[in-house]
Unconditional design. Structure first.
Length: 249
């Protein structure tokens, strides 16, 4: 199998409850962003609804329906989601490993509930672990959440074996202690590229900071990164999507 045959793209995207910078809610607009950049795996945060499984109707189904209208050639996505707005779409077969809250039991809990979605994807004869997360807004929340995320329930779980991709909105800068803690578990893909941490994702109209990251295990090679800035992406959400091309080493 050639290197090209072992490459895939992953998008992480905070869709802001489908509400754009014009304050209008639009599933078709978010679907158009996803379709335009043709990712193989999509990790979404802040998708409304999905509070129960299975959900009947709702934003998740609306978005998938809009994506299906844009797809050609019989291509489609598999879908998994958790209760607090995290969704993973995959063009490769996928199974849910677990979904749950991102807080220690009987300890500090966030005002806004945060969760984790962990899926296993069948990719070129290997099992890729993808973890989708959205951290809290305050340092106290994030510190508590990262201890859980890097602990035995998630990233240190014996079944969370490489290759691993950790995606999401971390609400933290590359210079932060939180970022350094996550780097101890996995590498931040952007540091492997020449332009470093000077490409930003938030706010989408005038990006000034980088809150959205993809951390990967060493056996995933970063080939390319794109943070698309266009009229469409500047309107669709308050975050820009981050698209990364990876290759299994």
């Amino acid at each position: 199998m050639s290197d090209e045959d072992r490459s895939f793209t992953i998008m992480t995207y905070n869709v802001h409850r489908l509400i754009g910078n014009d304050r209008h809610s639009s599933a078709p607009r978010i679907a158009e962003v996803i379709h335009t950049y043709q990712p193989d795996i999509v990790c979404l945060q802040e998708l409304p609804g999905a509070r129960v499984r299975p959900e009947v109707g709702g934003a998740c189904q609306n978005l998938v329906h809009e994506l299906a209208l844009l797809e050609t050639g019989g291509r489609h996505f598999f879908l998994e989601r958790e209760r607090w707005g995290k969704v993973v779409l995959s063009r490769f077969p996928m199974r849910l490993v677990q979904a749950g809250g991102l807080h220690p039991q009987n300890r500090y809990r966030t005002v806004v509930p945060r969760g984790v979605l962990w899926v296993e994807i069948d990719l070129f004869g290997q099992k890729l672990q993808v973890v989708n997360v959205h951290l809290g807004l305050t340092p106290q929340e994030r510190n508590s959440q990262v201890k859980v995320l890097t602990g035995p329930e998630w990233l240190s779980h014996p079944d969370c074996r490489p290759p691993v991709a950790l995606c999401g909105d971390f609400n933290t800068l590359p210079s932060s202690t939180i970022h350094k803690q996550l780097k101890n578990a996995l590498m931040d893909e952007q540091e492997k590229l020449k332009f470093g941490h000077n490409h930003f994702t938030f706010p989408s109209k005038l990006p000034m900071v980088r809150f959205d990251h993809v951390f990967v295990s060493p056996d995933l090679v970063v080939e390319e990164e794109l943070i698309p800035r266009s009229k469409l992406t500047g309107a669709a959400s308050d975050h820009l999507p981050l698209v990364v091309r990876l290759r299994l080493a």
